[in-house]
Design a protein around this ligand. Structure first.
Ligand SMILES: NC(=O)c1ccc[n+]([C@@H]2O[C@H](COP(=O)([O-])OP(=O)(O)OC[C@H]3O[C@@H](n4cnc5c(N)ncnc54)[C@H](OP(=O)(O)O)[C@@H]3O)[C@@H](O)[C@H]2O)c1
Length: 407
């Protein structure tokens, strides 16, 4: 029987604890499929363990601390010491990918991070391995379970954002400090990683334009429902003319879109390429055991000796002004000529309207419109003009819409 593979475990919290138990439970299965048994040889926590000792006694280092400090230092030291590393840390990979990949390459070891994006959904493996020889044109999806849970709840209960966030916290779907989830930063880190791998370009967190869900009002969701739309926080990384665009934004999807029925804390990622049309992968994006399962999958791959190569081919230009379709919610005074004036502003800015819903009268009239796709700059110019019209009773609210309808 070959010698066990020694694992140094950095962090033993939600994921680290579940991973530790899973390794003990599944060691025989790993040995059966990969040829060697994994064994946790040392654990580092704030209150326990010594990094140098753990490093000396391990073949693979698993980083499940989170954040970038001290995780970056530990991971770099492990790679430079010739250890394979597995991490579930999206911020670490998104912010320090360049130096970490370089360190892994120089030392001839593997750096794996399947759990860093969409939990146990094997999107990294599919992009880096199954589709390694495919020209991916677009990767997009729901990569933050907290915000998807909040938006699903708001749609089904009609409750407001703050109230729904508190419920998500009570149920364990949102952290005590939910800032990075609700402002889109967490999803932005994941999209930077997906874009880097899909397009072989050194995309970092700073290249991702992101917006969150904190400004979403329950009546936006209710009106959109009437138009057959459901609201999601989407991450989109795509090839566009002149380079690539990587963004995170709340947006409406038409019924029939593969991502529209993804509810609650689930994640789902779609990949498009001319040779594959499109594929959709979905499943739990978080959870101790689920995430630990993805980490163990990386350990199996390392023991089996399969090494994905992350190679930067060229630095693609980040394009910021792209084409989008918008939903526009206006609270207006109900008087003759309002619709005509708005239509005039939109027409002059070459923004064309796809559908309109009009509600209420007197001081509580609402005009909800969905535009056809066009350059964002033109829509923004029209919005600036509309915002100062004297019959407007509140600031206009605009949310992107994905026009694509799948049948
Ligand atoms: N939770 C999820 O569902 C999930 C899903 C996907 C990815 N992830 C990622 O997985 C990683 C771990 O998340 P988690 O939820 O398991 O975190 P967690 O429950 O907060 O656990 C963190 C662990 O790291 C240890 N630690 C923190 N600071 C340390 C330091 N300076 N030195 C040594 N140890 C330190 C903690 O030590 P103590 O035990 O002493 O406090 C704890 O054991 C993060 O990168 C996260 O983004 C988590």
């Amino acid at each position: 029987m070959s010698k066990p593979v020694r694992i140094g475990l950095l962090g033993r919290g939600t994921v680290g604890g579940a991973f530790h138990e899973l390794v003990a439970e599944r060691a025989d299965e790993v040995a059966a499929v990969a040829g060697r048994r994994p064994e946790v040889n040392g654990v580092l926590r704030r209150s326990e363990g010594d990094f140098d000792g753990i490093l000396a006694g391990s073949d693979i280092v698993i980083e499940l601390i989170g954040g970038t400090d001290p995780a970056r230092d530990y991971v770099l030291r492990a790679l430079r010491a010739g250890r394979h590393v597995v991490s579930a840390n999206k911020q670490l990979i998104a912010q320090h990918g360049d130096e970490l990949f370089a360190a892994a390459r120089e030392a001839g070891v593997q750096l794996r991070f399947e759990a860093a994006v969409a939990g146990v959904v094997p999107v990294i493996r599919v992009i880096q391995e199954s589709l390694a020889a495919t020209e991916i044109t677009k990767v997009f999806g729901i990569v933050n379970g907290t915000t998807n849970f909040i938006l699903s709840e708001m749609a089904s209960t009609g409750a407001g954002y703050e109230e729904t966030l508190r419920r998500a916290q009570e149920l364990g779907y949102a952290e005590a400090d939910p800032t990075d989830d609700v402002n889109g930063a967490d999803a932005a880190a994941k999209m930077a990683i997906l874009a880097r791998l899909a397009f072989h370009s050194p995309v970092g967190l700073g290249d991702v334009a992101f917006e969150g869900i904190t400004e979403i009002q329950p009546d936006d969701i209710a009106y959109a429902k009437e138009l057959g739309l459901s609201l999601k926080l989407l991450g989109v990384a795509e090839r566009v003319e002149g380079g690539i665009s990587v963004r995170v934004f709340p947006c409406f999807l038409y019924r029939g879109h593969p991502l529209a029925p993804v509810e609650g804390p689930f994640n789902a990622v779609m990949v498009e390429a001319p040779t594959i049309t499109e594929i959709t992968m979905s499943g739990p994006g978080a959870g101790g055991t689920e995430t630990a399962t993805a980490v163990l999958g990386d350990v199996v791959s390392i023991i089996s000796g399969k090494a994905p190569v992350h190679e930067v081919r060229e630095r693609l230009e980040i394009v910021r002004d792209i084409s989008s379709s918008f939903y526009l919610h206006l609270e207006v005074a109900d008087r003759p000529g309002v619709l005509a004036q708005i239509a005039d502003v939109l027409g002059r800015n070459e923004v064309s309207v796809r559908s309109v819903v009009q509600r209420g009268h007197g001081d509580d009239a609402r005009l909800v419109m969905v535009m056809h796709e066009g350059p964002e700059a033109r829509f923004r110019a029209a919005l600036e003009e509309i915002a100062v019209l004297d019959f407007l009773r509140a600031a206009p609210r605009a949310i992107r819409v994905i026009e694509e309808e799948f049948v």
